[in-house]
Design a protein. Structure first.
Length: 82
């Protein structure tokens, strides 16, 4: 039998930060924000030229889905260099 977790035991939301390439203007910001905010499970986003901070419901979406939405809008998701 599986263990049932209460809501307090499950982290329902996460804040993710994404670095985005190919953005240069306000139109780019609007296009990326529209693509991200259209996803089910996105609870809010702040988009600037080159980056986005997105609050997601972990039960409804993933960081990968947000990154795919950015790519679908025509922009590059950059991975951090170590």
């Amino acid at each position: 039998m599986s263990e049932i977790k209460t809501a307090s035991e499950i982290k329902l939301t996460s804040e993710i930060k994404i670095t985005i390439g190919g953005m240069s203007c306000g139109h780019c910001i609007g296009r990326v924000k529209k693509a991200i905010d259209a996803l089910t499970g996105v609870e809010g986003s702040t988009v600037e030229v080159g980056s986005a901070v997105v609050r997601i419901n972990n039960a409804k979406t993933t960081q990968k889905a947000v990154e795919e939405a950015v790519k679908g809008a025509g922009y590059e998701v950059k991975t951090p260099e170590h």
